[in-house]
Design a protein around this ligand. Structure first.
Ligand code: HEC
Ligand code: HEC
Length: 328
Protein backbone atom coordinates (compact mmCIF):
# COMPACT_ATOMS: atom_id res chain seq x y z
CA UNK A 1 0.00 0.00 0.00
CA UNK A 2 1.53 3.24 -1.00
CA UNK A 3 1.04 6.24 1.28
CA UNK A 4 0.47 8.79 -1.45
CA UNK A 5 -2.36 6.76 -3.05
CA UNK A 6 -4.39 6.29 0.14
CA UNK A 7 -6.10 9.64 0.45
CA UNK A 8 -7.62 8.85 3.85
CA UNK A 9 -4.21 8.13 5.29
CA UNK A 10 -2.67 11.13 3.56
CA UNK A 11 -5.41 13.44 4.78
CA UNK A 12 -5.30 12.12 8.35
CA UNK A 13 -1.55 12.47 8.65
CA UNK A 14 -1.68 16.04 7.37
CA UNK A 15 -4.73 16.95 9.45
CA UNK A 16 -3.54 15.51 12.75
CA UNK A 17 0.01 16.63 12.05
CA UNK A 18 -1.29 20.15 11.65
CA UNK A 19 -3.23 19.98 14.90
CA UNK A 20 -0.28 18.51 16.79
CA UNK A 21 2.13 21.16 15.50
CA UNK A 22 -0.31 23.99 16.25
CA UNK A 23 -0.64 22.65 19.79
CA UNK A 24 3.09 22.30 20.34
CA UNK A 25 4.12 25.56 18.72
CA UNK A 26 1.26 27.94 19.52
CA UNK A 27 -1.77 26.86 21.56
CA UNK A 28 0.11 24.96 24.29
CA UNK A 29 2.60 27.76 25.00
CA UNK A 30 -0.18 30.36 24.94
CA UNK A 31 -2.18 28.42 27.54
CA UNK A 32 0.97 27.92 29.60
CA UNK A 33 1.71 31.65 29.56
CA UNK A 34 -1.88 32.44 30.48
CA UNK A 35 -1.81 30.00 33.41
CA UNK A 36 1.53 31.23 34.67
CA UNK A 37 0.87 34.94 34.38
CA UNK A 38 -0.57 36.34 37.55
CA UNK A 39 -1.75 39.89 38.01
CA UNK A 40 0.88 41.86 39.88
CA UNK A 41 0.32 42.35 43.60
CA UNK A 42 -1.03 45.83 44.13
CA UNK A 43 -2.85 45.97 40.80
CA UNK A 44 -6.63 46.10 40.82
CA UNK A 45 -8.96 44.16 38.52
CA UNK A 46 -10.94 46.28 36.08
CA UNK A 47 -14.27 47.59 37.28
CA UNK A 48 -17.27 47.23 34.92
CA UNK A 49 -17.04 50.95 34.10
CA UNK A 50 -13.35 50.68 33.26
CA UNK A 51 -14.11 47.71 31.01
CA UNK A 52 -16.66 49.77 29.16
CA UNK A 53 -14.04 52.48 28.89
CA UNK A 54 -11.64 49.97 27.38
CA UNK A 55 -14.28 49.17 24.75
CA UNK A 56 -14.62 52.87 23.94
CA UNK A 57 -10.82 53.10 23.76
CA UNK A 58 -10.79 50.32 21.18
CA UNK A 59 -13.85 51.55 19.26
CA UNK A 60 -12.49 55.09 18.95
CA UNK A 61 -9.19 53.84 17.56
CA UNK A 62 -6.96 55.28 20.27
CA UNK A 63 -4.73 52.26 19.69
CA UNK A 64 -3.75 53.68 16.29
CA UNK A 65 -1.67 56.40 17.95
CA UNK A 66 -1.00 55.22 21.50
CA UNK A 67 0.97 52.27 22.86
CA UNK A 68 0.64 50.61 26.24
CA UNK A 69 3.99 48.88 26.34
CA UNK A 70 7.25 50.13 27.77
CA UNK A 71 10.20 48.56 26.02
CA UNK A 72 13.43 47.78 27.91
CA UNK A 73 15.13 50.68 26.14
CA UNK A 74 16.65 53.82 27.57
CA UNK A 75 14.40 56.03 25.46
CA UNK A 76 11.35 54.34 27.00
CA UNK A 77 12.43 54.93 30.61
CA UNK A 78 10.32 58.10 30.78
CA UNK A 79 7.18 55.95 30.56
CA UNK A 80 8.13 53.67 33.48
CA UNK A 81 9.79 50.30 33.96
CA UNK A 82 9.78 47.77 31.11
CA UNK A 83 6.38 46.12 30.75
CA UNK A 84 5.97 42.51 31.89
CA UNK A 85 3.29 39.88 31.14
CA UNK A 86 1.72 40.42 34.58
CA UNK A 87 0.88 44.00 33.58
CA UNK A 88 -1.73 42.67 31.17
CA UNK A 89 -3.17 39.88 33.32
CA UNK A 90 -6.37 41.85 33.99
CA UNK A 91 -7.16 42.14 30.28
CA UNK A 92 -9.83 39.53 29.65
CA UNK A 93 -11.66 38.71 26.42
CA UNK A 94 -14.45 41.26 25.93
CA UNK A 95 -17.11 38.82 24.77
CA UNK A 96 -17.63 35.42 23.23
CA UNK A 97 -17.05 36.72 19.69
CA UNK A 98 -13.69 38.18 20.64
CA UNK A 99 -12.13 35.26 22.50
CA UNK A 100 -8.74 36.93 22.93
CA UNK A 101 -7.47 39.64 25.23
CA UNK A 102 -7.92 43.07 23.64
CA UNK A 103 -4.77 44.22 21.86
CA UNK A 104 -4.01 47.48 23.62
CA UNK A 105 -0.25 47.18 23.29
CA UNK A 106 -0.25 49.15 20.06
CA UNK A 107 2.61 49.53 17.64
CA UNK A 108 2.48 53.21 16.72
CA UNK A 109 3.40 56.11 18.98
CA UNK A 110 2.05 59.22 17.34
CA UNK A 111 1.04 60.21 20.86
CA UNK A 112 2.69 59.29 24.17
CA UNK A 113 2.66 55.80 25.69
CA UNK A 114 -0.34 55.50 28.03
CA UNK A 115 0.92 52.70 30.32
CA UNK A 116 0.91 55.04 33.31
CA UNK A 117 -1.30 57.90 32.17
CA UNK A 118 -3.41 57.53 35.35
CA UNK A 119 -0.34 58.43 37.40
CA UNK A 120 1.04 61.02 35.00
CA UNK A 121 -2.22 62.90 34.46
CA UNK A 122 -4.66 62.05 37.26
CA UNK A 123 -6.89 65.07 36.65
CA UNK A 124 -10.32 64.09 35.32
CA UNK A 125 -10.98 67.65 34.25
CA UNK A 126 -7.82 67.67 32.16
CA UNK A 127 -8.72 64.35 30.55
CA UNK A 128 -12.25 65.52 29.64
CA UNK A 129 -11.01 68.80 28.22
CA UNK A 130 -8.29 67.06 26.26
CA UNK A 131 -10.74 64.57 24.74
CA UNK A 132 -13.24 67.30 23.93
CA UNK A 133 -10.53 69.26 22.15
CA UNK A 134 -6.83 68.42 22.63
CA UNK A 135 -5.89 71.94 21.45
CA UNK A 136 -7.63 73.42 24.51
CA UNK A 137 -4.91 72.10 26.83
CA UNK A 138 -2.10 71.23 24.43
CA UNK A 139 -1.99 74.00 21.80
CA UNK A 140 0.17 72.18 19.22
CA UNK A 141 -1.48 68.77 19.57
CA UNK A 142 -2.27 66.78 16.40
CA UNK A 143 -4.59 64.43 18.27
CA UNK A 144 -8.12 64.44 16.83
CA UNK A 145 -10.93 65.86 18.97
CA UNK A 146 -13.67 63.49 20.15
CA UNK A 147 -16.62 65.89 20.55
CA UNK A 148 -19.14 63.10 19.94
CA UNK A 149 -18.26 61.73 23.37
CA UNK A 150 -19.85 64.87 24.84
CA UNK A 151 -23.23 66.54 24.77
CA UNK A 152 -24.04 70.22 24.70
CA UNK A 153 -27.04 70.90 26.93
CA UNK A 154 -28.87 74.07 27.87
CA UNK A 155 -29.13 73.18 31.56
CA UNK A 156 -26.80 70.59 32.99
CA UNK A 157 -28.58 68.17 35.38
CA UNK A 158 -27.18 68.00 38.91
CA UNK A 159 -25.42 64.66 38.39
CA UNK A 160 -23.81 65.68 35.08
CA UNK A 161 -20.04 65.94 34.64
CA UNK A 162 -19.67 69.49 33.36
CA UNK A 163 -16.53 70.11 31.30
CA UNK A 164 -15.19 73.64 31.91
CA UNK A 165 -14.20 74.35 28.31
CA UNK A 166 -12.29 77.65 27.96
CA UNK A 167 -14.29 80.24 25.96
CA UNK A 168 -12.11 79.95 22.83
CA UNK A 169 -13.08 76.30 22.43
CA UNK A 170 -16.57 76.28 23.92
CA UNK A 171 -19.72 76.02 21.80
CA UNK A 172 -21.45 79.36 21.28
CA UNK A 173 -24.32 78.35 23.57
CA UNK A 174 -24.92 75.66 26.16
CA UNK A 175 -22.81 73.65 28.56
CA UNK A 176 -20.56 70.74 27.61
CA UNK A 177 -21.24 67.59 29.64
CA UNK A 178 -19.50 64.24 29.40
CA UNK A 179 -21.51 61.31 27.98
CA UNK A 180 -21.48 57.89 29.64
CA UNK A 181 -18.90 56.84 27.06
CA UNK A 182 -16.58 59.71 27.96
CA UNK A 183 -16.99 58.97 31.66
CA UNK A 184 -16.15 55.31 31.10
CA UNK A 185 -13.18 56.17 28.88
CA UNK A 186 -11.74 58.58 31.45
CA UNK A 187 -12.29 56.03 34.23
CA UNK A 188 -10.33 53.57 32.12
CA UNK A 189 -7.51 56.05 31.39
CA UNK A 190 -7.19 56.96 35.07
CA UNK A 191 -6.97 53.25 35.95
CA UNK A 192 -3.83 52.87 33.83
CA UNK A 193 -1.12 52.86 36.47
CA UNK A 194 2.03 50.82 36.45
CA UNK A 195 2.59 48.95 39.72
CA UNK A 196 6.09 47.90 40.82
CA UNK A 197 7.27 44.40 40.02
CA UNK A 198 8.07 42.27 43.03
CA UNK A 199 11.27 40.26 42.90
CA UNK A 200 9.15 37.21 43.78
CA UNK A 201 6.90 37.63 40.74
CA UNK A 202 7.48 34.24 39.14
CA UNK A 203 6.08 35.31 35.82
CA UNK A 204 8.34 38.11 34.82
CA UNK A 205 11.64 37.92 33.05
CA UNK A 206 12.29 41.47 34.16
CA UNK A 207 11.34 40.75 37.79
CA UNK A 208 13.42 42.68 40.24
CA UNK A 209 14.07 45.56 37.88
CA UNK A 210 13.63 48.60 40.05
CA UNK A 211 11.01 51.09 38.94
CA UNK A 212 12.99 54.01 37.58
CA UNK A 213 11.95 57.12 39.43
CA UNK A 214 9.93 59.22 37.05
CA UNK A 215 12.28 61.33 35.03
CA UNK A 216 15.28 59.23 35.90
CA UNK A 217 16.80 60.58 32.72
CA UNK A 218 16.01 64.23 33.27
CA UNK A 219 18.09 66.11 35.80
CA UNK A 220 16.75 68.59 38.26
CA UNK A 221 16.32 71.08 35.44
CA UNK A 222 13.50 73.39 36.44
CA UNK A 223 12.26 74.30 32.96
CA UNK A 224 12.21 70.67 31.77
CA UNK A 225 10.55 69.43 34.94
CA UNK A 226 7.98 72.20 34.69
CA UNK A 227 7.18 71.30 31.12
CA UNK A 228 6.89 67.58 31.99
CA UNK A 229 4.77 67.93 35.12
CA UNK A 230 3.04 71.28 35.22
CA UNK A 231 2.70 72.76 31.73
CA UNK A 232 -0.15 70.44 30.70
CA UNK A 233 -2.36 72.47 33.04
CA UNK A 234 -0.58 75.75 33.84
CA UNK A 235 0.67 75.92 30.21
CA UNK A 236 4.16 76.65 28.94
CA UNK A 237 3.62 80.40 29.31
CA UNK A 238 2.55 79.99 32.96
CA UNK A 239 -0.79 81.68 32.29
CA UNK A 240 -2.97 78.61 32.86
CA UNK A 241 -6.36 78.35 31.19
CA UNK A 242 -9.00 80.93 31.97
CA UNK A 243 -11.46 79.45 34.47
CA UNK A 244 -9.86 76.00 34.46
CA UNK A 245 -6.27 76.15 35.69
CA UNK A 246 -4.92 79.24 37.50
CA UNK A 247 -2.17 81.46 36.11
CA UNK A 248 1.16 81.31 37.92
CA UNK A 249 2.39 84.57 36.41
CA UNK A 250 2.35 87.21 39.12
CA UNK A 251 0.36 84.78 41.29
CA UNK A 252 0.56 85.87 44.96
CA UNK A 253 1.48 82.38 46.24
CA UNK A 254 4.17 81.94 43.60
CA UNK A 255 5.86 85.31 44.07
CA UNK A 256 5.53 85.44 47.88
CA UNK A 257 8.75 85.97 49.83
CA UNK A 258 7.90 82.94 51.97
CA UNK A 259 8.02 79.94 49.59
CA UNK A 260 6.43 77.49 52.09
CA UNK A 261 2.80 77.71 50.83
CA UNK A 262 4.00 77.34 47.24
CA UNK A 263 6.13 74.29 48.11
CA UNK A 264 3.30 72.78 50.15
CA UNK A 265 0.94 73.19 47.17
CA UNK A 266 3.30 71.25 44.90
CA UNK A 267 3.90 68.55 47.53
CA UNK A 268 0.30 67.99 48.54
CA UNK A 269 -1.86 69.39 45.75
CA UNK A 270 -4.74 71.81 46.21
CA UNK A 271 -8.45 72.08 45.63
CA UNK A 272 -11.19 74.63 46.13
CA UNK A 273 -9.05 77.70 46.83
CA UNK A 274 -10.08 81.17 45.83
CA UNK A 275 -7.17 82.38 43.72
CA UNK A 276 -7.19 86.04 42.73
CA UNK A 277 -10.96 86.12 43.05
CA UNK A 278 -11.58 82.93 41.06
CA UNK A 279 -12.40 79.38 42.12
CA UNK A 280 -11.42 76.44 39.96
CA UNK A 281 -13.41 73.29 39.25
CA UNK A 282 -10.31 71.13 38.82
CA UNK A 283 -7.91 69.89 41.49
CA UNK A 284 -4.17 70.27 41.49
CA UNK A 285 -2.51 66.83 41.92
CA UNK A 286 0.05 66.12 44.67
CA UNK A 287 3.65 65.55 43.64
CA UNK A 288 5.23 64.43 46.94
CA UNK A 289 5.63 60.83 45.75
CA UNK A 290 6.79 61.64 42.24
CA UNK A 291 9.38 64.35 42.70
CA UNK A 292 12.44 64.67 44.91
CA UNK A 293 13.15 67.71 47.06
CA UNK A 294 15.78 68.90 44.58
CA UNK A 295 13.36 68.54 41.67
CA UNK A 296 10.61 70.44 43.45
CA UNK A 297 13.08 73.17 44.40
CA UNK A 298 14.12 73.44 40.74
CA UNK A 299 10.49 73.70 39.57
CA UNK A 300 9.56 76.24 42.23
CA UNK A 301 12.64 78.29 41.32
CA UNK A 302 11.68 78.13 37.68
CA UNK A 303 8.21 79.46 38.45
CA UNK A 304 9.54 82.15 40.74
CA UNK A 305 11.87 83.46 38.02
CA UNK A 306 9.76 83.08 34.84
CA UNK A 307 6.92 84.94 33.13
CA UNK A 308 7.91 88.20 34.80
CA UNK A 309 7.97 86.64 38.30
CA UNK A 310 10.86 87.67 40.53
CA UNK A 311 11.03 86.01 43.93
CA UNK A 312 13.93 84.80 46.09
CA UNK A 313 15.45 81.38 45.31
CA UNK A 314 14.56 78.21 47.20
CA UNK A 315 16.73 75.18 47.97
CA UNK A 316 16.11 71.47 48.36
CA UNK A 317 16.48 72.10 52.12
CA UNK A 318 13.48 74.43 52.08
CA UNK A 319 11.46 71.70 50.38
CA UNK A 320 12.66 69.07 52.87
CA UNK A 321 11.62 71.32 55.74
CA UNK A 322 8.10 71.77 54.36
CA UNK A 323 7.85 68.06 53.61
CA UNK A 324 8.81 67.16 57.19
CA UNK A 325 6.73 69.85 58.83
CA UNK A 326 3.60 68.82 56.96
CA UNK A 327 4.11 65.13 57.56
CA UNK A 328 3.74 65.55 61.32
C1 HEC B 1 -4.02 60.58 15.30
C2 HEC B 1 -3.35 60.13 16.48
C3 HEC B 1 -4.09 60.10 17.81
C4 HEC B 1 -5.26 59.44 18.11
C5 HEC B 1 -6.19 58.68 17.19
C6 HEC B 1 -5.44 59.60 19.53
N1 HEC B 1 -4.40 60.33 20.06
FE1 HEC B 1 -4.15 60.78 22.01
N2 HEC B 1 -2.49 61.87 21.56
C7 HEC B 1 -1.97 62.03 20.30
C8 HEC B 1 -0.87 62.99 20.36
C9 HEC B 1 -0.04 63.47 19.19
C10 HEC B 1 -0.75 63.39 21.71
C11 HEC B 1 0.25 64.38 22.33
C12 HEC B 1 -0.29 65.81 22.30
C13 HEC B 1 -1.43 66.00 23.26
O1 HEC B 1 -1.26 65.94 24.49
O2 HEC B 1 -2.58 66.19 22.80
C14 HEC B 1 -1.78 62.65 22.43
C15 HEC B 1 -1.96 62.73 23.80
C16 HEC B 1 -2.85 61.96 24.52
C17 HEC B 1 -2.94 61.93 25.96
C18 HEC B 1 -2.04 62.67 26.92
C19 HEC B 1 -0.78 61.88 27.12
C20 HEC B 1 0.22 62.53 28.01
O3 HEC B 1 1.19 61.88 28.32
O4 HEC B 1 0.02 63.69 28.39
C21 HEC B 1 -3.97 61.08 26.27
C22 HEC B 1 -4.47 60.73 27.65
C23 HEC B 1 -4.53 60.61 25.03
N3 HEC B 1 -3.83 61.16 23.99
C24 HEC B 1 -5.61 59.75 24.95
C25 HEC B 1 -6.20 59.38 23.75
C26 HEC B 1 -7.43 58.63 23.68
C27 HEC B 1 -8.22 58.15 24.87
C28 HEC B 1 -7.70 58.47 22.35
C29 HEC B 1 -8.91 57.80 21.73
C30 HEC B 1 -10.20 58.34 22.16
C31 HEC B 1 -6.63 59.10 21.60
N4 HEC B 1 -5.75 59.65 22.50
C32 HEC B 1 -6.53 59.10 20.22
C33 HEC B 1 -2.40 61.40 19.15
C34 HEC B 1 -3.56 60.66 19.04
C1 HEC C 1 -4.03 68.58 36.45
C2 HEC C 1 -3.72 69.97 36.30
C3 HEC C 1 -2.57 70.53 37.12
C4 HEC C 1 -1.26 70.16 37.12
C5 HEC C 1 -0.62 69.03 36.33
C6 HEC C 1 -0.57 71.07 37.99
N1 HEC C 1 -1.46 71.95 38.53
FE1 HEC C 1 -1.01 73.46 39.80
N2 HEC C 1 -2.99 73.85 40.02
C7 HEC C 1 -4.00 73.26 39.32
C8 HEC C 1 -5.27 73.74 39.81
C9 HEC C 1 -6.64 73.33 39.30
C10 HEC C 1 -4.97 74.65 40.84
C11 HEC C 1 -5.96 75.40 41.70
C12 HEC C 1 -6.25 74.55 42.92
C13 HEC C 1 -7.39 75.08 43.76
O1 HEC C 1 -8.40 75.51 43.22
O2 HEC C 1 -7.24 75.04 45.02
C14 HEC C 1 -3.52 74.71 40.93
C15 HEC C 1 -2.83 75.53 41.81
C16 HEC C 1 -1.45 75.68 41.81
C17 HEC C 1 -0.72 76.62 42.64
C18 HEC C 1 -1.32 77.50 43.71
C19 HEC C 1 -1.74 78.82 43.20
C20 HEC C 1 -2.40 79.62 44.31
O3 HEC C 1 -2.52 80.80 44.12
O4 HEC C 1 -2.78 79.06 45.37
C21 HEC C 1 0.61 76.46 42.36
C22 HEC C 1 1.76 77.22 42.96
C23 HEC C 1 0.71 75.44 41.37
N3 HEC C 1 -0.56 74.98 41.05
C24 HEC C 1 1.90 74.96 40.84
C25 HEC C 1 1.99 73.79 40.09
C26 HEC C 1 3.23 73.12 39.80
C27 HEC C 1 4.61 73.59 40.22
C28 HEC C 1 2.92 72.02 39.09
C29 HEC C 1 3.86 70.95 38.58
C30 HEC C 1 4.74 70.32 39.53
C31 HEC C 1 1.47 71.99 38.93
N4 HEC C 1 0.95 73.08 39.57
C32 HEC C 1 0.77 71.01 38.24
C33 HEC C 1 -3.86 72.31 38.32
C34 HEC C 1 -2.69 71.66 38.02
Amino acid sequence: MSFHKNHWLLFSVIFFGYIALSWIAAIGPAIWVQDHTRALPGSAPMTPVERRGLQVYIAEGCIACHTQQVRPLKMDAVWGRPSAPGDYAHLKPLDIWQPYAPAVLGSERTGPDLTSIGTRQPSETWQYLHLYNPRAVSPDSVMPAFPWLFEVVANAPADAVVVPVPPAYAPSAGTVVASDKARALVAYLLSLKQVPLRASGANNAAAGTPVPPENATAGAEGATLYSNHCASCHQANGRGLAGVFPSLANNPVVVADDPAPHIATVLHGAQGRTIEGMTYPAAMPAFADQLTDAQIAAIVDHERSSWGNQAPKVTAKDVAAVRKGEAK
